[in-house]
Ligand binder design. Structure first.
Ligand code: PRX
Length: 669
């Protein structure tokens, strides 16, 4: 992992930020957690964090068999929570609400073309059970892996819940990922079955999911026995007899009841691939009981869910946010959620606000990249819509710059609504740091403080805790929490080395009874009030429009092109996306120039987009004869970042193997 770098300007801007917004009195008066309650919860957790979580798990979740062991740390950092308890996640998200909330809408779905469908909890229960029975009839049993590759339609949640119901472990692959990424993830999970659709609509285009599935499965992925296809667009698709099954045919005669499979709390509910420093994404594996507890309580506390709320999280189910705050957390609380299939600009940039108005959204949770893009369209657009039902706003996925925060506050929040800036990760399963809207005063750009039961610290490069406030360094979590990842699927060594080994061997620390530190990979600053400011990733991970991408992944996609000999990829600040991708490429043969360079640049950008998906498409390709390397052969990424930004080079280039290359990289030679 790199030293904290490139963050000086962020530190400057966040340190200069001293506006404070106390929770609105009206909100605080009705909130589930006010500041008194927050203080009590913190004190309880501080006193005994294990009992704190045990009490919540007993009070908030329904167990088939109660647990007697709360935390088993004998194999730390492979922690086990509630390990002798038996539970079913789908039962907790659906069945337990049927008696009191059976006719309450669970999902309000809006398609990009404008079609709307509402599913009550009773209807959701029936749909989930039918699909669960259908999956069973295709031979799926507890422990099997199922890949879900669907658009943002209600069926994505139905599919996840159906897997949870029968104890199958799902792996959702983002619908914007390419056939190749899909194939890697299917093979990585040795999945038995795949659930997809004939297509979806996004940005007024049809996304041909089934075509990508056929391509992914062609000549490989022998593990997949069946492909269940939901008919969404009705457009013609290729069909493989004996393998492909229509969702509606599979479910039409299936029973609308299905006894949940009671699984151990540690049973893997899902895995979700995410990018890291190496070229190969990791399958982050989550549990059932601990994960659900994190999803449930954070939905309740951070979003202050009340019975009348209509909660809309705009994330895609292909990301962790869509898992925790669409498919599981709000449903576990018996809430009504909105799901929207399409893009924010279709047919015009008022779409999000129209959806809020039409469905009476009360809680709106989105990403800074969307806020910046919508802010750019001007404030007269949201003003055309009735947003009076909104009572809480949220942000997630990347640092929100104070300007975007203020726009959100002023234009959407009418200077009255609290904003929760929630920090967490695919690995953490649920929000770890966030204001509680009825209790915490907010500062634009800060995720404020850890939630009760979460213990965050800042450490220096040697892993020493930095005491007191006004501290900067590596963000670590010092005690385990129930919704934490359990391992990297099929690669526990990678789990240990990526998250636990930065400051020494975790197994030695365990043997010596020293605390183990979970290294989040972010750098952070804690200000004089103890508020945390996330400054960005310290590893080679980019955040492009809130999506996590490894530079090494983009580099290996580039070198797969026959003209490319070597490539180095860095991030560059981007007004809307937060970060954009710049690639420095060495070609086989002559370095292309002029028209040839333009054509090859276009071709390479498309090539990456095709092999990884459009989110990975570089903004710019620069051809070069060499990359700046130290004498030991390490690429100087920091230098490349400065070059990509067209900044003055302040780094010491005297250690460069080839100092003359800098001018060429900058387009001056
Ligand atoms: O760098 C942090 C950033 O997103 C990373 C996690 O990415 P991912 O696993 O894709 O999960 C995103 C959704 C939870 C973190 O390491 N990040 C996430 N939320 C915030 C954030 N950075 C600053 N502020 C946030 N609220």
């Amino acid at each position: 992992m790199n030293k904290p770098e490139g963050t000086a300007s962020n530190i400057q801007s966040t340190l200069a930020e001293n506006r404070l917004f106390p929770p609105p009195a009206e909100f605080a008066g009705k909130a589930r957690i006010d500041s008194k309650r927050l203080t009590e919860l913190r004190a309880e957790a501080e006193k005994d964090f294990v009992s704190f979580w045990a009490k919540l798990a007993r009070e908030e979740l329904n167990w088939k068999q109660p647990f007697s062991v709360t935390l088993d740390d004998s194999k730390a950092p492979n922690y086990r929570w509630f390990s002798d308890g038996k539970i079913n996640v789908s039962y907790n998200c659906i069945d337990r609400h049927l008696a009191t909330h059976g006719d309450k809408p669970a999902i309000i779905f809006e398609g990009e073309p404008g079609d709307v469908a509402t599913l009550t909890y009773k209807q959701l229960h029936a749909e989930v059970c039918k699909l669960a029975n259908g999956l069973k009839s295709l031979g799926v049993v507890k422990g099997d892996r199922v890949v879900i590759y669907l658009p943002m339609i209600a069926q994505a949640v139905i599919a996840m819940q159906a897997c949870a119901r029968i104890g199958a472990t799902h792996s959702v692959v983002f619908g914007g990922f390419s056939a190749q990424s899909l194939r890697d993830r299917i093979e990585g999970a040795s999945a038995k079955l795949l659930i997809t659709a004939d297509g979806g609509t996004r940005g007024a285009h049809v996304v041909e999911l089934k075509k990508a599935v056929d391509e992914a499965l062609a000549g490989g992925c022998k593990c997949i026995e069946s492909v269940v296809v939901y008919k969404r667009t009705g457009k013609p698709i290729e069909w493989t007899r004996g393998r492909d099954v229509w969702w509606h045919e599979l479910t039409e005669k299936a029973s609308a009841t299905c006894e949940p499979e009671w699984v151990d709390a540690e049973h893997p509910l899902f895995m979700l691939y995410t990018s890291g420093s190496t070229g190969k994404p990791k399958g982050i594996q989550h549990s059932s009981g601990g994960y659900l507890l994190g999803a449930h309580v954070t939905s309740k506390w951070v979003f202050d869910l009340h019975d009348a709320d209509v909660f809309w999280c705009t994330a895609d189910v292909g990301w962790i946010t869509g898992h925790t705050y669409i498919a599981y957390g709000p449903l576990s609380n018996g809430a009504t959620i909105v799901m929207y299939e399409g893009g924010p600009m279709t047919p015009d940039p008022g779409r999000f606000w129209k959806i809020c108005q039409d469905h009476g959204v009360t809680i709106f949770y989105t990403a800074p990249t969307a806020i910046r893009a919508l802010a750019k369209m001007g404030e007269q657009i949201p003003k055309r819509y009735d947003l009076s039902k909104l009572r809480l706003l949220g942000s997630v996925g990347e640092p929100i710059n104070p300007e975007a925060w203020m726009w959100y506050h002023r234009v959407i929040g009418k200077e009255k609504l609290p904003i929760v800036d929630t920090w967490w990760q695919t690995e953490t399963g649920a929000i770890l740091m966030s204001p509680l809207p009825g209790a915490t005063a907010t500062k634009p750009g800060s995720c404020t403080q850890p939630l009760p039961g979460i213990f965050a610290e800042i450490v220096d490069e040697a892993g020493n805790l930095i005491q007191g406030n006004d501290a900067g360094g590596y963000l670590v979590i010092t005690r385990p929490w129930p919704s934490m990842l359990r391992t990297v699927y099929g690669d526990n060594e990678r789990y240990l080395s990526t998250y636990w080994s930065q400051f020494g061997d975790p197994l030695t620390a365990r043997a010596e009874k020293r605390p183990l530190l979970y290294v989040a990979g972010d750098s952070a600053h804690r200000d004089k009030d103890g508020y945390y400011w996330i400054l960005g990733r310290m590893d080679d991970v980019l955040k492009v429009a809130g999506h996590r991408l490894g530079t090494a992944e983009v580099e290996s996609a580039l070198v797969a092109h026959p003209r490319v000999a070597e490539a180095a990829v860095v991030g560059r600040p981007h007004e809307i996306k937060g970060e954009g991708i710049v690639a420095f490429v060495i070609c086989k043969g002559e370095r292309p120039t002029g028209k040839e360079a333009e054509a090859l640049s276009r071709e390479l950008r498309e090539f990456v987009s095709k092999s990884m998906g459009p989110i990975a498409k570089p903004d710019e390709i620069r051809f070069t004869d060499a990359l700046p390397k130290t004498r030991s052969g390490k690429i100087m990424r920091r230098l490349l970042r400065s070059v990509a930004k067209d900044e003055e080079i302040t780094q010491d280039v005297s250690t460069l193997e080839n100092p003359g290359i800098v001018d060429q990289l900058r387009g001056r030679a």
